[in-house]
Design a protein around this ligand. Sequence first.
Ligand code: NDP
Length: 444
Amino acid sequence: MSYVDEIYERVVTQNPGEPEFHQAVKEVLDSLRLVIDANEEKYRKAGILERFTEPERVISFRVPWVDDNGRVQVNKGYRVQFNSAIGAYKGGLRFHPSVNVSILKFLGFEQTLKNSLTGLPMGGGKGGSNFDPKGKSDREVMAFCQSFMTELYRHIGKDTDVPAGDIGVGGREIGFLFGQYKRMTGLYEGVLTGKGLNFGGSLVRTQATGYGLIYILDEMLKNNGKELTGKTVLVSGSGNVAIYAAEKAIELGGKVVAFSDSNGYIYDKDGIKLDVVKEIKEVRRGRIKEYVDAVPTAVFTEGKGIWTIPCDIALPCATQNELDLEDAKTLLANGCFAVAEGANMPSTREATDLFVEKKILFMPGKAANAGGVATSGLEQSQNALRMSWTFEEVDEKLHKIMVDIFAKAADAAERYGVPGNYVTGANIAGFEKVVDAMLAQGVC
Ligand code: NDP
């Protein structure tokens, strides 16, 4: 049996009931076969894949807090410290009812490769809770965040593990978490990224993942003789990534016609008015269907179906496995020629395989959404230097990082004889750097 198949079986057996983690490992290992087969003896002897698929540490803890009715609530809290071969652990915290060990291990595993691609010295980690911030008061969110950090603080630090935001964790939550870290440790240090601008945050961090997605999309289009100007774009989700991806896509001449949330999607044939979406989502924390109250010519449809709208470019920016094989077929039938993933693993394995087989321009999440963590890395640098760079300075660095990531993915794909396959290219480029560092550091 090949080393890849052996390790995949081992992962399934040793991590029962973790389908998202199995899926991520399978997708990555399958696309790394070319590299692994070429180095099989060396990697087997060093147990590289056994180590690469086993998190260095999984921390699980109780998070008790008091709700507005005076009742004690209990949630689960986690931090997965996946791989520190090329730097201290770095990766977001997700607060969502679906959070479990399987999802956090899949995210931490992917994060290791993504962070490697950025070229910055960051290892991979991820964490979060099954707490749902939706419908909670600010005081309840604060009580939860303080309790979460009362345990987490002992596992993190500016040179050990630096969490950030993810689904359900934005500026408000990072502020509460940072305040509690400071109280518990007495340290004012860059232990979290995505902080407010007046206490160590970086300009562009809010926009970074969305802007970065469009920078790499634009680079991919240009390298394939296409452009964004005049193209119809679908954006799923309506959170942080979706909003800023749409903002930059519109700035570069694209026409964004749809957004969604977990209730349904809106279609505005005249082009989405982003100020209306921002008011609903960033100011009122409302639902995307409220868009049609402000723009009556737009249509809201309940449930799934955003990918049935005809488009040139699709940007899935909501959550994992939101775009399946049927969706992929529909997109292709409607003439969609480029997909760039703002979310982590939004396309199912079958959908990804179809995009690759049909040779459309497809940029996988670990490359396409790396702008967020890259800018977090830039926030860490500014904190260490006790300096703040201007918006233009950070944006320029972000742009350069995304262009470099495209070049690395394209180059690795070329080197291994699969030109244009950015899935394989991104995985190989990310993997090579981590594995070289693991080999150099001996058995650890
Ligand atoms: P937010 O919480 O800001 O937004 C998530 C959005 O996706 C919300 O509009 C949410 O709707 C929607 N959504 C969630 N689940 C579903 C679903 N099943 N169907 C339709 N819509 C859904 O999160 P982010 O924008 O920060 O993150 C989005 C994705 O991007 C995630 O996969 C995240 O891991 C990834 N990512 C984020 C980075 C960042 O910097 N923020 C960096 C790299 C990746 P609702 O309000 O109804 O839940």
